[in-house]
Design a protein around this ligand. Structure first.
Ligand code: GDP
Length: 300
């Protein structure tokens, strides 16, 4: 295992919360993520978020920032958790007000609860005639998730991901929830974090979106992610701008790894490429042996 540096209190700075949106299919996850992406004030100035890199960062008018995991469904959330990565601070559970609390809604709630991640409910599609938010609240109450305006402890917000109604109020509630978590990280050390997604790009080779948990990642750093390693050749943000360094809670697309680590794999930065290669090779060998064992198991 790679030793982690211990942080002093005075080195810890507030970091943006990382948010995952989960819910039943068609209840509006994609629409909400798209709306927030487009409504972003800073994005408006800088030409908007042009790339889907698996996560994006928005700045609200008052300067506060939020990072959204922009991966379809809650597969990424569960896959990452299965690999030991906790990359969500607050979960938005979205429920369509013209439908019901569905099996996947309950699954999403259970995933968040199992991870100890606070929940904010977004009751969506309230622009529709058939919308009945109070019914959703009563269904949630039946599951022991009593929302605040029913006297419970869970924040909820009626929204329309289509018109944007209630979305900024929702983000305020998410930020309120995350402020209670007192999220901090030390930006002033070598970066550690998690892989959100990876792919093989024809022009750029292997690319991985990573989320920095603490420290700062720089171009030129020796990086180790799962069984792969390399030098950070270049980094791009979700606006397709090249960046030289990224701090805590900032997602970035990294070029320079010699393979595609999986969602939830941790990344570290090391002093020497030699050391990184040795660890990467060891991990790769371990994975191969485990693979062989599983195969044997299947054939037996
Ligand atoms: P996902 O499967 O949870 O990602 O759901 P989508 O975001 O793809 O939404 C499913 C459908 O509901 C799409 O046709 C959306 O246009 C529609 N939809 C989503 N949010 C709203 C909303 O707030 N109001 C209305 N009227 N339609 C919505």
């Amino acid at each position: 295992a790679i030793a982690e540096e211990v942080d002093k209190d005075e080195d810890l700075l507030v970091r943006p919360p990382i948010i995952t949106v989960m819910g039943h299919v068609d209840h509006g996850k994609t629409s909400l993520l798209d709306y927030v992406r487009k409504a972003n004030v800073i994005a408006g100035e800088a030409g908007g978020i042009t790339q889907h890199i698996g996560a994006y960062n928005v700045t609200l008018e008052d300067g506060r920032k939020i990072t959204f995991l922009d991966t379809p469904g809650h597969e990424a959330f569960t896959a990452m958790r299965a690999r030991g990565a906790q990359v969500t601070d607050v979960a938005i559970i979205i429920v369509a007000a013209d439908d019901n609390v569905m099996p996947q809604t309950i699954e999403a709630i259970n995933h968040a609860a199992a991870a100890g991640v606070p929940i904010v409910f977004a009751i969506n599609k309230v622009d529709r005639d058939a919308a009945d938010p109070e019914r959703i609240k009563s269904e949630l109450a039946n599951l022991n998730y009593m929302v605040e305006d029913w006297g419970g402890k869970y924040q909820s917000q009626e929204i329309s991901a289509k018109t944007g109604l209630g979305v900024s109020e929702l983000l305020d509630k998410v930020l309120l929830e995350s402020e209670m978590l007192d999220l901090k990280a030390n930006p002033d050390k070598r970066a550690i974090g998690s892989v959100v997604e990876s792919s093989l790009d024809r022009g750029r080779g292997y690319t991985s979106t990573v989320l920095v948990e603490s420290g700062t990642l720089h171009v030129g750093d020796v990086i180790l992610a799962g069984p792969y390693h390399g030098h950070v050749k270049a980094m791009f943000n979700e606006r397709n701008q090249q960046v030289k360094s990224v701090g805590p809670s900032e997602p970035v697309l990294v070029l320079g790894l010699n393979g595609a680590p999986q969602a939830g794999d941790k990344f570290n930065c090391l002093d020497s490429e030699r050391e990184a290669r040795q660890i990467a090779n060891k991990r790769e060998q371990l994975q191969r042996e485990q693979g062989l064992r599983t195969q044997k198991h299947i054939t037996l």
